[in-house]
Design a protein around this ligand. Sequence first.
Ligand SMILES: O=c1ccn([C@@H]2O[C@H](COP(=O)(O)O)[C@@H](O)[C@H]2O)c(=O)[nH]1
Length: 243
Amino acid sequence: MSENLTSVAERIIVALDYPNAREAEALVGSLEGIPCYLKVGMQLFYSEGPQFVAGLKEKGYNVFLDLKMHDIPNTVKGGAESITRLGVDMFNVHAAGGKQMMEAAREGVDKAWTGAGRNGKRPLLIAVTQLTSTSQATLNDEIGIAGTVEEAVVRYAELTRSAGLDGVVASALEVVRIKEACGAGFVTVTPGIRPAGADIGDQSRIMTPSQAFAQGTDFVVIGRPITGAVDPRAALEAIVASI
Ligand SMILES: O=c1ccn([C@@H]2O[C@H](COP(=O)(O)O)[C@@H](O)[C@H]2O)c(=O)[nH]1
């Protein structure tokens, strides 16, 4: 893989949404040699636990642990400490938990990091703004939050930044506004990515991979368009080539 393609692949986070290690490992094996990020979400983590994450780290992958913590500050602080000790590269909380909760998560990272006397990279700590499955109608009519989705996302992003976190999860549609409000260095991680013609499924706020990078996103998260493909490696390579 050329240097250019490698740097694109490193910004693609493949979502390992599988029920068990066997199926997830088969996918990871099929992607061997492609330096993508891997995301472990609740389905896989709740069934396979920290051991599976450790295995990915041993193979040299960057790992995003997507557990979206949302609880009282003290509980989230403890969770953040434990996750940091797993050695993951990125993990998240819900911005809806509020500033004090997000600050507690950051303190948890600090405590585990300094306590372990670690060298090297700290995990990126990011917050979910509005899920990419949430539409304008869902936000206003079901959840009961007034205003546009973009306004809600930017408000959460600003709160996240004020709590000292590294960035947010949002849709690529909001990246430009987030960067304007929070600065270019504030990390954006964008799921809801669908190559042209791909099934949208339960996502609502979507963009293609190339559109997302054109908006200035730092990372895209892609699951089913890769994991559901007949040839996942070819699907990922085609996405990399399209960017
Ligand atoms: O707002 C959010 C936050 C997280 N996700 C996660 O990303 C992947 C997307 O998978 P697809 O199969 O490409 O839809 C999935 O693991 C979600 O839990 C999200 O979609 N939106």
